[in-house]
Design a binder for this molecule. Structure first.
Ligand code: ZN
Length: 273
């Protein structure tokens, strides 16, 4: 018997037909699929529940977000129904830019009032991550909010005077002041606020724990509670807050995980192939 037939037989006999190995990198949003006739009630990975949807061919698609600091390694993906089917997600370490800068001490610290405001700003953004939006995100149809040159990549780690700052949880896209910013997916506006570091900021909930954030805006075109369509203009690029030039800071959270917005956009580019 040829070797490959023996291998095939032993694989089909010893492991369930649906055990898949998926690979991803810190900060990725990953789409996983399962072919099954059994109904699936729940999808879990990395200790969280993730959204899933059955397509017209009967394939179940699930979406998982990997925080940029998620420990690399292998994690079970559990498709839970009458029986539980287990796949594996192998998470690789991301390669993020590191920069070290030295500044005068008074430039690197904030006074007590500023620190208080920064904390309350951060809390207001964090609160949006748990806000319920009754939408199922069209994960594979996202569009780019603004075209421009990426000036700071996702995950960039800055050290100021040797001290680590929090890693860059989004991407910075340089574009002229006033450039319109489009919603990448349909959603509901959860927050519009002027902030100390972020300047004018908008947060949009797209459903199932997917939230996108837009900072340093010069102008906003939406209000809290408003529903927006994919491609709708929500704001204009600016340089408000702590910013050295006109750019959009675009951040993304998925069930609290800090996600590289490019990984949402690449889901749509693969679906259009
Ligand atoms: Zn930024």
């Amino acid at each position: 018997m040829p070797y490959f037939i023996i291998l095939f037989l032993s694989l089909t006999l010893t492991s369930p037909a649906y055990a898949h190995d998926w690979r991803a990198t810190q900060g990725d949003m990953v789409e996983v699929t399962l072919n099954t006739n059994n109904p699936i009630n729940k999808l879990t990975c990395i200790g969280k529940e993730w959204p899933f949807q059955k397509d017209k061919h009967g394939t179940v698609h699930g979406w998982i977000g990997i925080d940029l600091k998620q420990k690399p390694g292998s994690y079970p993906i559990q498709w839970i129904g009458k029986t539980t089917m287990t796949d594996h997600l192998h998470i690789n370490k991301g390669e993020f830019r590191i920069s070290r800068i030295t500044v005068a001490k008074k430039m690197s610290s904030f006074d007590a009032a500023a620190i208080k405001r920064i904390r309350s700003d951060q809390q207001a953004i964090k609160n949006t991550y748990d806000m319920d939006v009754n939408i199922f995100p069209a994960f594979t149809k996202a569009i780019t909010p603004v075209d421009g040159i990426e000036s700071t990549p996702f995950g960039a780690q800055r050290y100021v005077n040797g001290q680590a700052r929090s890693p860059h949880s989004g991407i910075d896209i340089a574009a002229p002041k006033g450039t319109p910013i489009k919603a990448p997916l349909a959603g509901k506006v959860l927050l519009v606020e002027d902030m100390f570091l972020n300047g004018t900021l908008i947060a949009i909930g797209h459903g199932k724990g997917l939230v996108t954030v837009y900072a340093h805006l010069s102008k906003t075109h939406v209000h809290v509670g408003q529903e927006v369509q994919a491609g709708q203009i929500i704001a204009e690029v600016g340089s408000t807050g702590r910013s050295t030039g006109a750019h959009l800071h675009w951040g993304m959270r998925f069930n609290h995980a800090r996600i590289n917005p490019h990984s949402l956009l690449s889901l749509s580019s693969t679906s259009h192939k």
